[in-house]
Ligand binder design. Structure first.
Ligand SMILES: Nc1ncnc2c1ncn2[C@@H]1O[C@H](COP(=O)(O)OP(=O)(O)O)[C@@H](O)[C@H]1O
Ligand SMILES: [Mg+2]
Length: 265
């Protein structure tokens, strides 16, 4: 077991506010973490630090054994997979699904003049099949359904066989069917022996895939609690995270939460 991400006393200050406020956190290579918390809690900021796209104001961050600020981040970025809606917005609508996934091997969005190796094309086709996209390789990204687009984003993020996979709200805005399809694929992926460490951001406990092992609850930049899912995702911790009593139940590895009492009494 080795740590792929280590934050010590990390603060990110913007203006007069700490949007990340003294977080210490270790992610090991055999763990799959969920970051859960309300809008504006600092979840995306934490993922951007893990993605080496943002540096802390104070504190230290080690990603894949390298200290941010003391290493060439371009050396470690190829080993990190990242999927987010912000990144997806930059995918050209007329790019084919195969190319969206294939270009990840070259860290570019949109095919230009790169020469691709047959081995990369074969891997891209295999990844498309894994994420149930093999019938769509020649379709252009702009014509896909929301669910298919999300699966393409995840497929692109895993194309390079990363050592750390970061997913920012991968199931946000999906309908029930598309959400469940993606969650099942994420579960299959999370349970495969060769799977990298994963960190997934969400604000719904219903969107935690089976097979995830740990959770960090964040509120206003602070870690309310962190640790193994079962012992950490409690009504007390959820209450502190969201600001009122929340009942939570587990059912066969999935989670359901609701307010325990009228909120506007
Ligand atoms: N560059 C910035 N300058 C000022 N505030 C920012 C900046 N980036 C993010 N924030 C604020 O920091 C907080 C945390 O943002 P974010 O990490 O995106 O939260 P989350 O993903 O949990 O919704 C939000 O209140 C957001 O408005
Ligand atoms: Mg966010």
């Amino acid at each position: 077991m080795t740590s792929v991400l280590e934050m010590n006393d990390v603060v990110v200050r913007r203006g007069a506010r700490n949007i990340v406020d003294n977080i210490s956190w270790t992610v090991n290579d055999d763990e799959r973490w969920v970051i859960l918390g309300p809008n504006g809690a600092g979840k995306t900021t934490l993922l951007q630090i893990a993605d080496t796209m943002m540096f802390p104001t104070t504190g230290t961050v080690d990603v894949l054994g390298e200290r941010l600020g003391k290493t060439d981040v371009f050396q470690i970025r190829p080993f990190i997979g990242f999927a987010s809606t912000a990144l997806a917005r930059r995918i050209p609508a007329d790019e084919t699904v195969l190319n969206v996934v294939l270009t990840a091997a070259y860290s570019v969005l949109g095919r230009w003049n790169e020469q691709y190796e047959p081995i990369d094309e074969r891997r891209a086709m295999r990844v498309l099949a894994e994420w149930k996209l093999d019938g769509l390789a020649d379709r252009v990204f702009g014509t896909l359904s929301d669910g298919e687009r999300k699966r393409v984003q995840v497929a692109r993020a895993v194309m390079t066989d990363p050592e750390l996979l970061l997913l920012d709200e991968p199931t946000a805005s999906l309908d029930l069917g598309a959400r469940e399809e993606l969650l099942q694929l994420l579960t299959g992926y999370a349970q495969a022996p060769s799977t990298p460490a994963m960190i997934m951001v969400t604000h719904h406990v219903e969107e935690i895939p089976v097979g995830f092992t740990h959770v960090m609850l964040v509120r206003e930049g602070r870690a309310v609690a962190q640790g193994p899912l079962r012992e950490t995702l409690t009504r007390e911790n959820l209450a502190e995270t969201f600001g009122f009593p929340i009942a939570v139940v587990e059912h066969r590895g999935r989670w359901v939460a609701r307010a325990e009492a009228p909120i506007f009494a």
